[in-house]
Design a protein around this ligand. Structure first.
Ligand code: BG6
Length: 512
């Protein structure tokens, strides 16, 4: 199959089928179907293809098409308005089969349905199965697929896309991997992390590796510290049931933010292909210095938002959210300090922070450079002179560099200025959504932007002791914070230097 995948790469897109388990769920409605529709509008899908929704509800094909049309109108109204004819023809490629994930025979039914459909449409059985289902079902669905030969590649390649979180802990991730691997090879498994599909995360690699001037300073000699922030303005909303078993560490750090860190910190690959890139990024994750159990309270701060009166409205506290336990200790905020123990990054602290109900929705990486070795203008700064490279992932994606400049006029007063490139200035075409990019990559057999098993294991290995310590040691505090603040103030205590604080993201990036 490796050969097959290579072939798919050279021959960009083959006729194929996409099966979505959990097609009536939120992810499928909000993200997957709109992404597939956009690929169709952009003429990126193969000539002959079918999208089969596999969900637990009983319904006929026409009802399914009607529902998809209505969802599209809800979630991507503009696309529908601008492309009414395209939507009509797109819906002709959409099918539905009732599959209850825990009912074994339904997979025999799915197999028969696919056989029939592929014969009718003269479609080869090149198939992607998308696991858009709760994680506890991954193992069951994989087992049922294997039992009925849905993984069999005799009549075309088979790939599965598995959503995060892959496992609940280090042990469960290894166990899940073992079980899936009884019927699928690593090159058939696409572990999706939508952060890697973000144009701006990929741009971190281009910024670093296509320019001569960033790379020489991208190391311990010039970098003082690295900050990664992913903040959200909203709370957990209707996802309390899932979130309360997950928390920010499993939801954001184990996957998205450690993957971003790997892209920021990795060595340049010798060639730009899936294997070389993933080989480099896994080395970063394997180099994360484990945090000792007795140091967890010092290096990791967890928080939970509480009821707050903001802008004339009372925001619910986390414990009052639907499906959340009233005494829940689940963290909605995490800030931590970690080190990448390798030649490039020895002793450079990396600070990562994420949380719900913070003042803005923003994701960015800030490379703080060391100050100039001799401060000639120290007394003459009107603002603190700092050198930073800011990689803004969203919103207002771009790259900015902050540095000191002379204020025009007499003397030598120095002020920090900001040179910013906004990604939107470059994109004549729209910037693709992460799911569009990742689905298309899987369709052509390119796994570069998908997480490999060893990377998933390495990141679990790092976060697992923290989660265990939180669970087993009630003395490790859970700090409460008000909505619309940057989390508990204790997060600032992570910095070695008392003068340092987390950057308040929005202020410096915008240049106007
Ligand atoms: C998801 C998490 O994976 O990523 C959510 O489950 C989070 O809790 C979301 O809100 C953030 O993604 P983005 O692309 O909006 O930054």
């Amino acid at each position: 199959m490796e050969e097959e995948n290579k072939k798919a790469k050279n021959n960009p897109i083959e006729n194929q089928i996409l099966v979505i388990y959990g097609s009536n769920g939120d992810l499928a409605k909000r993200k997957l179907m709109p992404a597939i529709f956009q690929l169709y509008i952009d003429n990126l899908l193969p000539e002959n293809f079918a999208v089969i929704g596999a969900g637990s509800q009983e319904k006929d094909e026409e009802t399914n098409r009607k529902e998809i049309k209505a969802n599209m109108k809800d979630f991507v109204a503009n696309k529908v308005k601008e492309n009414p004819e395209k939507l009509k023809s797109f819906l002709n490629h959409v099918y539905y089969k009732k599959v209850h994930n825990q009912t074994e025979e339904d997979f025999a039914g799915l197999k028969a349905y696919i056989d029939e459909l592929s014969a009718k449409l003269v479609l080869p059985q090149n198939i992607i199965y998308y696991f858009s289902i709760p994680p506890f079902l991954y193992e069951v669905v994989a087992a049922h697929m294997i039992k009925f030969g849905l993984n069999n590649e005799n009549n075309g390649w088979k790939r599965i896309i598995v959503e995060k979180p892959f496992g609940y802990s280090y042990d469960t991730a290894i166990d899940l991997d073992k079980k899936i691997r009884t019927g699928f090879n690593e090159d058939q498994i696409y572990r999706i992390d939508h952060y890697l599909g973000k144009e701006t995360v990929q741009n971190i690699m281009v910024t670093r590796f296509s320019n001569g001037f960033f790379e020489p300073i991208w190391n311990r000699k010039y970098v003082d510290r690295v900050e990664i922030t992913s903040a959200e303005k909203i709370g957990v909303g209707s996802r309390g049931g899932y979130y309360d078993t997950s928390g920010a560490m499993r939801d954001m750090i184990q996957n998205h933010l450690l993957q971003v860190l790997a892209v920021v910190a990795m060595e340049p690959p010798s060639i730009f292909d899936s294997e070389s890139i993933r080989n480099e990024s896994v080395k970063v994750l394997q180099s994360l210095r484990p945090i000792k159990t007795d140091e967890i309270a010092k290096h990791v701060v967890r928080g939970q938002y509480i009821e707050t009166f903001v802008d004339d409205v009372t925001q619910k506290g986390y414990r009052q959210e639907k499906d959340v336990k009233p005494d829940s200790k689940t963290e909605t905020f995490v800030a931590l300090k970690l080190f990448v123990d390798n030649w490039r990054w020895g002793d450079v602290p990396f600070y990562i922070r994420t949380g719900k109900h913070l003042p803005d929705r923003v994701t960015e990486v800030v490379i703080h450079l060391k100050p100039a070795p001799h401060q000639l203008f120290k007394q003459r700064c009107v603002a603190q002179s700092t050198n930073m490279i800011i990689l803004r992932i969203s919103p207002d994606a771009g790259v900015a560099v902050d540095f000191g400049m002379k204020i025009p006029g007499a003397g030598y007063k120095v002020q920090n200025v900001n040179m910013a490139f906004h990604y939107s200035d470059l994109a004549e075409n729209k910037i693709s959504e992460a799911y569009e990019r990742l689905l298309l990559d899987c369709m052509i057999g390119d796994s570069t932007l998908y997480a490999r098993a060893d990377a998933v294991k390495a990141s679990w290995k790092f976060v697992d002791p923290i989660l265990k310590a939180w669970k087993n040691n009630p003395d490790i505090p859970l700090y409460f914070y008000e909505c619309n603040t940057w989390g508990p103030k204790e997060a600032n205590a992570l910095f070695n230097d008392k003068e340092l604080k987390w950057r308040a993201p929005f202020k410096k990036f915008k240049t106007e």
